[in-house]
Ligand binder design. Structure first.
Ligand SMILES: C[S@@+](CC[C@H](N)C(=O)[O-])C[C@H]1O[C@@H](n2cnc3c(N)ncnc32)[C@H](O)[C@@H]1O
Length: 224
């Protein structure tokens, strides 16, 4: 459940509220099961078409890739393109509505795709393309315990994310989510670090909102 933050005049965002007070006890078993079975979800047609746009951009300008999964309006994608000028930065979100709100950016080395992230991960793997950096910024938290499989690390597509490699950075305003992600990555053989996000200019619109509302923000980082 998500509820309005109380007791702050500045509150204009919501804190994650969950009955789950620790990392999910079924997570290790779930992750092991997913790591040991290959997932066969068919790729949606619109995701395939989006992927072809990315392949065309890479053909025009061959370079290494940065993925901004669950990019929302693509605000972070435009900023990451400035941070990684020698890469193609690809923002992926399933919501056409969110992507249509993209405000534009000055960099030319980025691309926004309307697609399911899991499909793009799978297509990248099939094409033998790996990542230099993978940002997962404020994915939907799915705070109900029974929705564990909707969280990135509880999903059957999690092994694809692991196989794509790169320096992975996940951020959330729900500490348990980040700790669970770290636990799942550890089980997949990657030891990263969970820490409070230091004070810094917001990279995404959700981050900006959370900062304004005084939320604690958490990050996981792993260099593969
Ligand atoms: C909480 S928003 C965060 C957006 C952005 N990263 C930010 O911080 O401002 C989560 C985003 O994930 C997108 N999303 C959820 N599931 C997705 C999926 N399977 N594939 C692609 N996008 C997805 C939603 O459309 C939404 O824009």
């Amino acid at each position: 459940m998500i509820k309005k933050e109380a007791g702050s005049a500045q509150a204009d965002s919501r804190v994650v509220s969950s009955k789950q007070k620790w990392t999910h006890n079924k997570l290790p078993g779930l992750v092991r099961r997913h790591l040991n079975h290959s997932y066969q979800k068919p790729v949606a047609g619109h995701s395939r078409a989006a992927f072809e746009l990315m392949e065309a951009a890479l053909q025009k300008r061959p370079c290494a890739l940065v993925l901004d999964s669950f990019c929302g309006t693509g605000h972070s994608t435009a900023r990451l393109a400035q941070r990684h000028p020698d890469h193609l930065v690809v923002g992926v979100d399933k919501s056409a509505h969110r992507l249509a709100k993209h405000a534009g950016g000055t960099a030319e080395n980025y691309l926004l795709l309307q697609a399911d992230c899991e499909d793009i991960w799978r297509l990248l793997l099939d094409a033998g393309i790996s990542l230099d950096y993978h940002y997962l910024l404020y994915p939907n938290p799915w705070p109900k315990s029974r929705h564990i499989q909707r969280r990135i690390h509880g999903s059957a597509a999690f092994p694809w994310l692991v196989q794509l490699g790169g320096q992975i950075e996940l951020r959330s305003n729900w500490r348990i989510y980040v700790e669970e992600f770290g636990q799942a990555m550890h089980l997949a053989g990657c030891c990263g670090v969970v820490a409070k996000l230091p004070q810094q200019p917001a990279l995404t619109l959700f981050e900006e909102k959370y900062q304004r509302s005084g939320h604690e923000l958490w990050r996981y980082r792993c260099n593969r």
